[in-house]
Every structure is written in structure tokens, then in C-alpha cells.
Design a protein around this ligand. Structure first.
Ligand SMILES: Cc1cc2nc3c(=O)[nH]c(=O)nc-3n(C[C@H](O)[C@H](O)[C@H](O)COP(=O)(O)OP(=O)(O)OC[C@H]3O[C@@H](n4cnc5c(N)ncnc54)[C@H](O)[C@@H]3O)c2cc1C
Length: 462
């Protein structure tokens, strides 16, 4: 593509900013990033409390976050945050050690079986499901893999046929049953459901395993994780500062018209002309949201195929509270509440996070999901009350809520559409209307997968 092509990027989160970085690295300097808010980072939001930054959004990474590492190198920063550690509680607030055989004598046979199944899953992922872990979902529904290997920072291009990959469209619980590895869910659930990515009986295995590939899951098990002292938002603030063209904040896009090979974007009342547009903001939001975010189909001259495909997208209702506690009620560490990670306990507290080891002068953040595909959505206020009651049960009651949000989280499609080739249909539309689709829906809702997808998009099309 002509290096002077005028590119508009919608969204100043990890996907949009890294699209800017990778374009720049490839010699495309004529880009503009439009961000609707007065800050960059999107769901990496790290506000300040008494001089230190805490996390309302993304918290951690793993050593295989190669795209995030590209950003760190580009900006000369590193993952310098506090070490993550956690314990486990049951729904009654009692501390438990679910994976410690000595503390669970009766569960020893199950734990041994689980260990065997983890090994088996590791093996079949490398053999039967070869190609499962490339970024994005291209070809999966057709039994192909086509992308860049995530096995090392080199990210070699790989491509091949593997009809078994079609199994990735199954809900993860069914995928596990099919392969006789049901008990692995006990381990995968911690960094999956409690991190807001839905329940294993509703979410296609493709999402679960592309995010929690074997290596990443083992990093979670060993707590071999990255954090950032100034918060994950700092990564993207730094990137923004290092770009030739930092994001234009407070950009209200009123209209996007694509005609005669040009893209006309009406932003804050003025029409701007571009040649191409990359959308990293939500493509479709099925209901009205209090924060005013809408999907691109609402402000673009959306075509029938865009409307039809994007209307299949759903997202998670994932709520975060930041609370103060009295010093005597402060938890000594972060906790996973395993009992609350089932759909029967929808709306309950699944994790609470204590970030700093050395002080009680900090907020604790809480996490709950309030929607399952087959269940009525729990209203925001009801869920909030349940979480605050759960904190009392945990003997860490909140004295005050200082911050809260309900996030447009983890956009995805369900098994039927995944199996019917939703991703291949969208991939076939890349550039059709001088428009590229990126951001979470195209890969997975974490910082690295989205930044990596932007890298690949630039590799493939620019
Ligand atoms: C509570 C929570 C915990 C998380 N934990 C982790 C974690 O530990 N590790 C991890 O890797 N990831 C984590 N994530 C996920 C991670 O933050 C997201 O996957 C990542 O930020 C997605 O990047 P994105 O650029 O695709 O989307 P976003 O971060 O959502 O950014 C999209 C941007 O587009 C902007 N925008 C929206 N509409 C418009 C419009 N019309 N015009 C212009 N701009 C628009 C938004 O304001 C936003 O800035 C977490 C997220 C949350 C909320």
C-alpha cells in the first residue's frame, strides 16, 4: 500500500495505539487516532489513590505478552509492578487450599486425576490441535490455521490444515468432555471466569484456549506474572507519548461515510477525509449503555453485511468496585472465591485484589459477572449490593466505595456463529469498504491479544 495513505484509527486503547506504533514502524506516518474520552488506555484504566495508581481495568501480563513487550521496548519501560499473590476462600469466607493434597485428603484421587488430565490437555494441544494458539480465529471453523506462531517472540508465520480445530467452536466444557479432560476446568476457571470472560458452558473453546494457551495457564499457576508500578494505563500513556501522532482526545465521531474510495469522518462537527479506517472501538452493542458508548454500526454508513454479522456480537457485564476498608478489615492478600465462579452464583464476588503488600492505605478492587447466556441479567445495583454483602461475609467489609464501573467487556460470538465461520466472513470483509476491523472482538479481550492482532493486521494489509 502507498506509504502516504491517510489512515484514521478509531479508539485510543491498546489496539488503536499499537496499530499506530506498528504502522509507524513500517513507514506509514500519515495516521490519526481518534479517542472519545479525555484519556488513552481504554480498559487499561489506572486512577490514583493517595499518590499511588490502582487498577480499575487490566492488571497483569505474562512473559509471552510479546506485543506488550514490543511497546515496552518502543517506550523504554518495563513491567516493574508489585508481585501478584493470592489465596483462596470458599463462599462462607473460610480460607481454603483447593490444590494442596495434604489439606484435601479426600480429594487426592480427584487431584491426581486432574494432574493427569492437565498433562493430557498439554499434549493434545500440541498434536491433535496443532495450530490452536495462533492469534485470532481465521480459518478455525474450516479446520485451518493461518497466522503467526505465539510460541516465541519471533512469531513465525504458520499455516496448515487441521480439521480437529473445528472442535474449538464447541463451548469449552463440551470440548473438555470430548477430550476426556473435564477436570482441567478446575485450573482454567481461575484466570478465566473470575477475570470476567464468561462461563465454560457458553464460551467457545477457541477463546478460552487462545487466551489461556498451555504456556500462559502454567504461568498463572506459578504466578509468573507481570504488573506495572504505575498501572497498565501507563504502558499506553507512554506509547501515546512516543507516537509521532498522539491520540486526539475528546473526539466525538458523529458520522462516517465511505464513498468513492474515500472515508469521510465527521468529528466534533468537522468533516475529515481519509483513505482507510481501522475500527478498534466496539462494532456492535446490543443494548443502550449508561456510558454512552455505541457500536460502529450506529455512526457508520453500515452496510447490510456489516449489520448482519456484527449483530451476533454479545459482551460480558463485568463490574468493578474500588473500596476502602478500615485498617482492621483490610485483607492480607488477594483472594479468589472459587464457589462464586459458577453461573448459579451469578452476581457474587469472584475475586478481590489487594495490590500493595506494604500498606493498608489503598483501595481493594472487586470483580463480579452478572450475565450468563441462558440467565436473566442481574441489574447493576443488585449485583453491587451482593458484592458488598460478600465482602462482609469474607470479613473484609468495605467502609466506602471510591470508584466503580460496569465495563463493555470481552465482545464475542457464541458457538453457533463461531462454527458457521463468523470470523472468516469478517476477515473476508477486511478492506472491502476501505475499513479494517480490529480490537478485542477479532482476537480476545486482553491487552496482548488485541495489540498482537493490530500487529498482524498491519503485517497483512499494509
Ligand atoms: C476489570 C478488567 C480487568 C482486566 N484485566 C486484564 C489483565 O489482567 N490483563 C490483560 O491483558 N487484559 C485485561 N483486561 C482487558 C484489557 O484491558 C482489554 O482487553 C484491552 O484494553 C482491549 O484493548 P482495545 O484497544 O481492544 O479496547 P479498549 O481498551 O476497550 O479501548 C477501546 C478505546 O476505544 C474508545 N472508543 C470507544 N468508542 C469510540 C468512538 N466511537 N470513537 C472514538 N473512540 C472510541 C474507548 O474509549 C477506548 O479508549 C481487563 C479489563 C478489565 C475491564
Amino acid at each position: 500500500m502507498d506509504k502516504n495513505v491517510r489512515i484514521c484509527i478509531v479508539g485510543g486503547g491498546p489496539a488503536g495505539l499499537s496499530a499506530g506504533m506498528y504502522l509507524e514502524k513500517k513507514g506509514y506516518e500519515n495516521y490519526t487516532i481518534l479517542e472519545r474520552l479525555d484519556r488513552v488506555g481504554g480498559k487499561c484504566w489506572s486512577p490514583t489513590y493517595n499518590g499511588r495508581r490502582y487498577e480499575m481495568g487490566a492488571i497483569m501480563g505474562v512473559p509471552s505478552y510479546y506485543a506488550v513487550h514490543d511497546v515496552e521496548e518502543f517506550c523504554g519501560i518495563t513491567h516493574d509492578g508489585p508481585k501478584l499473590n493470592r489465596n483462596y476462600k470458599n463462599a462462607e469466607g473460610k480460607v481454603i487450599e483447593p490444590f494442596e493434597p495434604k489439606k484435601n485428603i479426600l480429594k487426592i484421587p480427584r487431584l491426581l486425576k486432574m494432574k493427569k488430565q492437565i498433562k493430557k490437555l498439554g499434549e493434545i494441544l500440541e498434536t491433535k490441535y496443532k495450530g490452536y494458539d495462533v492469534n485470532g480465529h481465521r480459518g478455525v471453523a474450516e479446520g485451518r490455521y493461518d497466522g503467526f506462531s505465539q510460541a516465541s517472540a519471533k512469531r513465525e508465520p504458520i499455516k496448515g490444515e487441521n480439521p480437529n480445530l473445528k472442535d474449538l467452536a464447541l463451548p469449552f466444557s463440551e470440548f473438555c468432555k470430548l477430550n476426556g479432560v473435564e477436570l482441567t476446568q478446575d485450573v482454567w476457571i481461575g484466570p478465566y471466569t473470575s477475570f470476567g470472560y464468561g462461563y465454560f458452558d457458553e464460551i467457545p473453546a477457541g477463546y478460552v484456549l487462545k487466551y489461556l494457551d498451555f504456556q500462559t495457564t502454567m504461568n498463572f499457576v506459578k504466578v509468573n506474572l507481570w504488573t506495572w508500578k504505575n498501572g497498565t494505563q501507563y504502558i499506553w500513556e507512554q506509547l501515546n507519548d512516543h507516537l509521532l501522532h498522539p491520540a486526539r482526545l475528546n473526539s466525538k465521531i458523529e458520522k462516517v461515510e465511505r464513498k468513492d474510495g474515500k472515508v469521510f469522518v465527521t468529528v466534533n462537527g468537522k468533516v475529515e477525509e481519509y483513505d482507510k479506517i481501522i475500527v478498534t472501538a466496539p462494532l456492535y452493542i446490543p443494548n443502550k449503555r449508561a456510558d454512552g458508548q455505541v457500536g460502529m454500526v450506529e455512526y457508520f454508513d453500515a452496510r447490510e453485511d456489516e449489520k448482519e454479522l456484527f449483530s451476533k456480537i454479545d459482551y460480558e457485564r463485568y463490574d468493578v468496585l474500588a473500596v476502602e476498608t478500615k485498617p482492621e478489615d483490610h485483607p492480607e492478600i488477594s483472594y479468589y472465591v472459587f464457589d462464586n465462579m459458577t453461573k448459579e452464583r451469578l452476581g457474587h464476588l469472584m475475586v478481590y485484589y489487594r495490590r500493595w503488600k506494604d500498606t493498608k492505605d489503598q483501595v481493594i478492587t472487586t470483580y463480579a459477572l452478572r450475565k450468563h447466556k441462558d440467565t436473566k441479567e442481574i441489574p447493576y445495583d443488585e449485583c453491587r449490593k451482593m458484592v458488598l454483602d460478600d465482602l462482609k461475609t469474607m470479613k473484609n467489609p468495605a467502609s466506602n466505595v471510591v470508584n466503580e464501573w460496569s465495563v463493555y467487556y470481552f465482545p464475542h460470538v457464541f458457538s453457533k456463529d463461531y462454527a458457521a465461520g463468523w470470523y472468516d466472513k469478517v476477515e473476508a470483509m477486511q478492506d472491502k469498504y476501505d475499513t479494517f476491523y480490529a480490537g478485542e472482538i477479532m482476537s480476545f479481550g486482553d491487552m496482548d491479544e488485541t495489540a498482537e492482532y493490530s500487529r498482524e493486521l498491519v503485517e497483512r494489509f499494509f
